[in-house]
Design a protein around this ligand. Structure first.
Ligand code: NAI
Length: 483
């Protein structure tokens, strides 16, 4: 069984060598094809951080085990980590956070056990990285939350919760503020929940969720979130069980899966052979189980848990009165403990059932659509314009161009209505959203919108536009604050 391996940057090669050494000692029976990804590949001029050969190998083998990779700062290039997740549609990022005996935390000292699995949506949200400066003062990021994308990850989370007999699955969100985007994610969650009546499901607003996770982490089991909120909440959970050195992650897709630690390249300790390889090792164990190598995974995990229980440690955790081992010594200690069982949390040893990763030959890009296209009517347009004038002056110019088709309904600045009503205390920036709707709700065509665009363009720079659509009697857009 062959998998692709990218050692990564910074501490990547050190911890990857340590983990592959442990796998070798455990005879896991994997073959590795090493691929070129990371900072030095960017430096060679590959703008996506990987060579075409690396892409081809990963697409053929279907499994990538990777070390952390650095994104060069300020060179206009995108993170290779995010590119890999998005390119190969690894839509679910599963991160398991468990109390590890020997890794002291405030909760372990208080006898409160933690076993939380965070499932983070992995390819949408603001991670699309679609950003523009609309004026010299105003930046815009587009946040995509899609129905098929949300359904994919939420179904994965429920299926995983069912398999692990989870007592609870919770959706973290901010649908009280982002009613359309997070509202869609939450709607999908409740829709999928109906198919799993045996699992207790609920939703919690993400700020409240953070507070509850740090006060009563033992009450949570599986938590599913959108991408950015999931990123933040999962680092918070890593803190609950001892820090980033203990946070593994699996990026799951239908065709390709990527296994990596949550932490980055740790440039401050790179090259010193002192990094903690546990998070990458735990990610590797998730990969072994994904490949059906249950027995090998249990042998290594029991040895790891036994080693931690005995107080063996690298410098980033544990009892400071005991000496810290370096990366090589720490991994040698794990190998020396093969065959030993920890007193607490020993893993059952099922026989290996090797599953060769399926190789897929796709003829065209899969299009995921959860609903047929619906009848929709254009009833207006939001024109985002640049102006340093007062709202009344902007409105006066807009009203010159409404033709017989449009009425000017509202003008807002950073989402807050400033015309026809507003407050003199609202601070302004030099960019307004002017909302035009059709007179008498008559349907509009795109040509009508272009006509308005041409006319309005005589007075303003138009930075961006969004159509206002109706689906039946449902508005497919939000109201301005105060509208
Ligand atoms: P980081 O996770 O690399 O480091 C944060 C802190 O944790 C540092 O003090 C570091 O020494 C410590 N640390 C991290 N892993 C450790 C380990 N295994 N053992 C002991 N201590 C450890 O985060 P930072 O500094 O924000 O990012 C550095 C670089 O890593 C950036 O270029 C970033 O883009 C990249 N990065 C890559 C990721 C990936 O490949 N999936 C994820 C996160 C960041």
């Amino acid at each position: 069984m062959k998998i692709a391996v990218a050692k990564g940057d910074g501490i990547g090669p050190e911890i990857m060598d340590a983990v592959l050494g442990i796998f070798k000692a455990a005879n896991v029976g994997l073959e590795y094809e090493f691929v070129d990804m990371g900072k030095w590949v960017f430096d060679k001029g590959y703008s996506n951080g990987m060579t075409p050969e690396a892409q081809q190998t990963i697409e053929t083998l279907g499994i990538l085990f990777k070390g952390p990779m650095e994104t060069p700062k300020g060179k206009g290039v995108k993170s290779v980590n995010v590119t890999a997740r998005k390119t190969w549609n690894t839509y679910a990022n599963k991160r398991v956070f468990q109390t590890l005996h020997g890794v002291d935390t405030v909760f372990s000292k208080a006898g409160i056990p933690i076993d939380i699995t965070v499932v983070r949506e992995n390819i949408e949200d603001t991670y699309g990285g679609i950003e523009h400066m609309l004026t010299h003062d105003v930046a815009l990021s587009r946040r995509f939350i899609t129905r098929p994308g949300s359904m994919q990850v939420i179904k994965y989370a429920f299926e995983m919760a069912r398999k692990k007999n989870a007592k609870r699955i919770t959706c973290g969100h901010k649908a009280n503020i982002m009613k359309i985007t997070d509202g869609l994610f939450l709607e999908c969650f409740h829709e999928v929940a109906k198919e799993y009546p045996e699992i207790k499901s609920d939703d919690v607003i993400v700020d409240d969720l953070c507070m509850k996770l740090v006060t009563r982490p033992d009450l949570f089991d599986v938590v599913v979130l959108t991408n950015l909120q999931g990123d933040i909440v999962s680092d918070l959970c890593a803190g609950l069980v001892g820090g980033l050195g203990f946070a593994p992650s699996a990026n799951i897709g239908d065709h390709i899966c990527i296994f990596e630690a949550v932490h980055g390249t740790a440039p401050d300790i790179a090259g010193k052979n002192i990094a903690n390889p546990t998070a990458l090792l735990l990610s590797g164990l998730a990969m072994l189980r994904h490949l059906g190598l249950m027995e090998s995974a249990a042998t290594v995990e029991n040895a790891l848990l036994y080693t931690l229980e005995k107080g063996v440690r690298t410098g980033d955790f544990g009892d400071r009165s005991k000496p810290a081992l370096n990366t090589t010594e720490f991994s040698n200690a794990i190998v020396a403990n093969f065959g030993k069982l920890p007193e607490q949390g020993a893993k059952p040893t099922w026989p290996n059932m090797p599953i060769t990763p399926t190789t897929f030959k796709l003829e065209k890009n899969p299009l995921i659509m959860s609903k047929e296209m619906e009848e929709e009517t254009i009833v207006g347009v939001d024109m985002f314009i640049e102006s340093a004038e007062q709202p009344g002056e902007v409105a006066e110019k807009c009203l010159k161009h409404t033709l017989d088709l449009f009425k000017l309904v509202t003008i807002s600045n950073r989402g807050t209505q400033v015309w026809p009503k507003g407050s003199i205390f609202t601070n302004l920036v030099n960019q307004y959203r002017c909302r035009f709707e059709s007179i008498g709700d008559a349907p509009l065509s795109q040509i009508d919108i272009i006509e308005l665009y041409k006319r309005l363009g005589q007075d303003f720079k138009i930075c961006s536009t969004e159509l206002l659509n109706m689906w039946g009697d449902k508005k497919a857009y939000s109201l301005a604050q105060g509208q």
